[in-house]
Structures are given as structure tokens and as C-alpha cells.
Design a protein around this ligand. Structure first.
Ligand code: ADP
Ligand code: MG
Length: 257
């Protein structure tokens, strides 16, 4: 399989009033077609910055990002981006939110929107307004909208962070169903270890100051994973012990040793 997304030697420095902050340093990461990568790490380690760079929302960095063989230079519909809050238009119905600026009078758009409504299990809610939806339903509208124009990759920044545990588990399963169906690769940022393992072929652990790749942990288990299985628990504790290492490194750095 060829690499679909290629992040090569990406570094990013913010210039704040307090001086420069190296948010990311020498990031190398490739994502293959149909591959699910989760990114996990302590707050401030550069997860959102990395996603924004891949989305083309931040181009002020060094190194290169290529998607499907072309450099990422700006945001666009080939990159489906989903944030923690669904960011729907409150004055538009579910189907109009999904269609975004395309007309539902176009039969092709109509058909695609109907298919997506089925896919994200919102049948019966096409004419509802965002205020009538639960958090999970609203986030599924955001996913459908991001999928409308067949993005080359889906980029999600803690999209289920505000949901209760049950809705969250259900959303994780539906996301995998949806993406396995059309082989869209994704990068999913989370700070929940269970979520990171459950959704991934590979878990990328970032560490802060400067934001860099600490370790990549493959998840060699068949889908769907059972969170109660010993294999799952094993991976979970592997990641936890990596976090402990990161903390120790931080303490050593903090002590100036
Ligand atoms: P995460 O998503 O992992 O919590 P971020 O990518 O948001 O981390 O931030 C990484 C680092 O870059 C942090 O130290 C943060 O304070 C800094 N940072 C992020 N955005 C900006 C900005 N617009 N200006 C200055 N510093 C920023
Ligand atoms: Mg963030």
C-alpha cells in the first residue's frame, strides 16, 4: 500500500510575547489509504497544531505535507475537518447543514445527502434543526458534512470529548463503520487512551516541549476490538507506561538536570 498522507520533517514555532514556543519539532508521519491513526499526548504537546497543519489551516511551518501526491498549501474539501464542537449552522436544518453550500435541488447532491443521513443513522431528522439534536446526533451531522465531498482524509480533533461515555462508545463504533465502508483514512486526536486504542491501526504518542513523536504503538488486533479483552488491556497499559516515561522526562527537564 502506498502512503497517502506524508508529513516530512515538520516543525512549527509560535512567536508569542513571552518568546518563541516550539510547538512541533521534526515530525515525520505517513498515513496509508484506509488507515486509522490516533494521536495522543499531554495537553499542549502540539496535537491540534499538527492537525491544523495537515488541514492546511496553518501553513507557517517548515517541512512538507503531501496528500495524495500534492502538497497541502491551503484548506479545502479534500480534507474533512471535525472539531470538538460540531459547528453547525443553527438556522439550517440537518440536511442543509450537511449539504453546506450545495443545493439540495441538485439530484446528485440530494442523493448523496440522503445516503449520508442513512450512514450516520439520522433518518427521520433531515428536517430537524441543530437545537433539536443531542450532542451525539449533532456531531454525526458534522461527520456527514465532512464526508459529503469524499475527502481524501478525515481529520478529527477530540470530536467526542464533550459526549457522555455511552454516546461516545456508540460514536466510536459508528465512525469505524462509516470509514471502513469507504476506506477514508483518518487522523484522530484524543486524550482518552481507550479511544486511542479502539479506533486505531496505530497510536502516535506525542510528548511536549518541544512537541515531538515519543513513540508509535501499532494495534495488531482485528476490528472490532473488545475493550474488555486482555489484548486491549495490554495495549492500554503499554501506552500508560509510555505516559509515565514522558512524565519522568518532564520532571528531569523541569529540574534542569
Ligand atoms: P494540544 O492540542 O496538544 O493541547 P496545541 O497544538 O494546541 O496543543 O499547542 C501546542 C503548543 O503551542 C502549546 O504550548 C500552545 O500553548 C502553543 N500554541 C498553540 N497555538 C498557539 C498560538 N496561536 N499562539 C501561540 N502559541 C500557541
Ligand atoms: Mg488541542
Amino acid at each position: 500500500m502506498t502512503s497517502w498522507l506524508s508529513i516530512a520533517d515538520v516543525s512549527k514555532t509560535f512567536h508569542s510575547a513571552k518568546g518563541p514556543i516550539t510547538a512541533l519539532q521534526n515530525i515525520h508521519l505517513s498515513v496509508r489509504e484506509g488507515e486509522f491513526v490516533t494521536v495522543i499526548g499531554p495537553s499542549g504537546c502540539g496535537k491540534s497544531t499538527l492537525l491544523k497543519i495537515v488541514a492546511g489551516l496553518d501553513t507557517d511551518h517548515t517541512g512538507s505535507v503531501e496528500l495524495g501526491g500534492s502538497p497541502v498549501l491551503k484548506p479545502g474539501i479534500d480534507k474533512g475537518v471535525i472539531f470538538q464542537e460540531p459547528r453547525l449552522f443553527p438556522w439550517l436544518t440537518v440536511e442543509k447543514n450537511i449539504a453546506a453550500n450545495l443545493s439540495l435541488r441538485n439530484p446528485q447532491v440530494r442523493k448523496r445527502v440522503d445516503t449520508l443521513i442513512e450512514l450516520v443513522r439520522l433518518r427521520g431528522f433531515a428536517a430537524a434543526y441543530p437545537k433539536e439534536l443531542s450532542g451525539g446526533m449533532a456531531q454525526r451531522v458534522a461527520i456527514a458534512r465532512a464526508l459529503l465531498r469524499d475527502p481524501r482524509i478525515l481529520l478529527l480533533d477530540e470530536p467526542f470529548g464533550a459526549l457522555d461515555a455511552f454516546t461516545r462508545a456508540h460514536m466510536q463504533e459508528s465512525l469505524l463503520d462509516i470509514l471502513n465502508g469507504n476506506r477514508t483514512p483518518m487522523i484522530f486526536v484524543t486524550h482518552d487512551i481507550d479511544e486511542a486504542v479502539f479506533l486505531a491501526h496505530r497510536v502516535v504518542i506525542l510528548r511536549p516541549r518541544p512537541g515531538s513523536i515519543h513513540k508509535i504503538v501499532p494495534v495488531p488486533l482485528p476490528f472490532p476490538l473488545k475493550k474488555s479483552s486482555p489484548e486491549f488491556q495490554q495495549l492500554r497499559s503499554t501506552i500508560l507506561s509510555e505516559f509515565e516515561q514522558i512524565e519522568q522526562l518532564e520532571q528531569i527537564q523541569g529540574a534542569g538536570i
